[in-house]
Design a protein around this ligand. Structure first.
Ligand code: HEM
Ligand code: HEM
Length: 193
């Protein structure tokens, strides 16, 4: 049987996992510690206590400026995700890997279920990458503000199925690791023996 955990496969998986987890982390920070809504309130009240009154609008500008360098990481991880997608396409073209849809068609039973989950995971990641890229370049592409706003809502909404498939994947890998004891996680890091 040919080896599954080849160096290129592990590099592809590492880049994809790092970028997706990184992208999710930037969203988590944007919605919590670096949320402009709560930080604008803190800035306004703290400055008022020090005797400086600023408008809610000015506080919002400052809060968004504090968040900006962190959000740049959304785009840095997006580039890493793009590299991992390009690598996977290269692997398919050079027959070092197959399209997830082909794996679903070829397998049966539990294997089909696993392959189906990977297909959904890959499809969701691809949708996030495409919608995010169009969103990023919307002005350059001449896309209307209304369409860009709907696309942003869609991009944000799609994060929910993505989180579900990522959680299912990690739970499935851990289950596999602890039931079959094949050392699948170690193989993903160090390769097939
Ligand atoms: C957001 C993070 C992650 C993403 C997007 C992701 C994505 C994927 C995808 C799409 C596959 C299927 C590969 C194929 O087509 O052959 C896969 C396989 C695998 N992943 Fe992940 N992964 C992530 C995190 C992790 C983590 C944290 C671990 C370790 C705990 C892990 C361990 C594995 C293993 C062992 C396989 C091979 C499973 C098998 O073929 O039975 N992944 N991953
Ligand atoms: C796993 C992948 C991704 C996830 C989970 C994700 C999640 C999100 C979320 C939740 C938002 C809305 C944030 C808010 O308004 O509160 C957002 C915005 C955005 N994302 Fe992503 N994203 C991903 C990938 C990408 C990629 C690959 C790009 C490509 C450049 C991208 C570009 C953008 C852009 C341009 C915005 C709008 C930012 C703004 O209006 O300030 N995203 N993303």
């Amino acid at each position: 049987m040919s080896k599954q955990f080849t160096p290129i496969y592990r590099i592809w998986h590492g880049l994809m996992a790092l970028s997706v987890l990184g992208l999710l982390a930037t969203v988590l920070l944007r919605k919590t510690f670096l949320s402009w809504r709560s930080n604008a309130e803190i800035i306004q009240t703290q400055l008022a206590q020090l005797g400086t009154d600023i408008t809610a609008e000015s506080a919002k500008v400052v809060a968004k400026a504090i968040r900006a360098p962190m959000w740049e990481w959304h785009y840095t991880f997006a580039v890493i995700l793009g590299i991992s997608i390009a690598l996977r396409i290269y692997m398919v073209v050079t027959k070092q890997s197959e399209l997830p849809i082909i794996t679903v068609m070829k397998t049966t039973g539990m294997q089909k279920l696993k392959a189906g989950t990977y297909l959904l995971l890959c499809a969701t990641i691809l949708i996030m990458a495409l919608s995010g890229t169009v969103l990023y370049f919307h002005e350059f592409l001449g896309i209307s503000k209304t369409f860009a706003e709907s696309l942003k809502d869609f991009h944000e909404w799609m994060m929910q199925p993505l989180i579900l498939f990522v959680v299912m994947h990690i739970a499935g890998v851990l289950r596999h690791e602890f039931t079959t004891k094949e050392g699948i996680i170690s193989k993903m890091i160090h390769g097939d023996p």
